[in-house]
Design a protein around this ligand. Structure first.
Ligand code: NI
Length: 163
């Protein structure tokens, strides 16, 4: 396994729409293993492939013992709305309240290509929603007010220039 480099905003790769995973072979399994290692090392609860520079519709998530590899997801139902603080490994140190559904139904495949149809609630639903956004090039910052967005953009751009 290897630890991958997590891309930070405003890296343009985070804005790309990811492609469907077609091959469920060893290469995919290696990427998933590397993503787990990277996510745990970063102390994250979710990590999407575009965040490690791979434009694939794939994410991993681990929340309170619910450990998932989610590939080619489709959120087919969503209900409720709740504002809760959330962070993102591509925005280190930033936590902002974001409104998300409280319950979602998601259809996806796992790393073996097996199909799942799952209903998730609470923070797990939030993670699934946040990570699915990544696959569409949508980021935490897009869910915030214009003022907060401008503030974070400035802060992250300054940080990226300093590196
Ligand atoms: Ni994120």
């Amino acid at each position: 396994m290897a630890v991958l480099n997590v891309l930070e905003y405003p890296n343009p790769a985070l804005r790309e729409a990811a492609s469907e995973v077609i091959e469920f072979g060893n290469e995919l399994k290696k990427l998933v293993a590397d993503m787990w290692e990277t996510m745990y090392l970063s102390k994250g609860v979710g990590l999407a492939a575009p965040q490690v520079g791979r434009a694939l519709r794939l994410f991993v998530a681990d929340w309170e013992g619910n450990r998932r590899v989610i590939i080619n997801p489709m959120i087919i139902e969503a209900e409720g709305a709740e504002r809760v603080d959330e962070g993102c490994l591509s925005f280190p140190g930033i936590y902002e309240e974001v409104t998300r559904p409280t319950k979602i139904r998601i259809v996806y495949r796992d790393e073996n290509g097996e199909r799942h149809d799952e209903t998730a609630e609470g923070y797990l639903a939030r993670i699934f929603s946040h990570e699915t956004d990544h696959l569409n090039g949508r980021l935490l910052i897009d869910n915030l007010s214009a003022l907060k967005r401008a503030f974070i953009r400035k802060k992250m751009s300054k940080k990226s220039r300093e590196r």
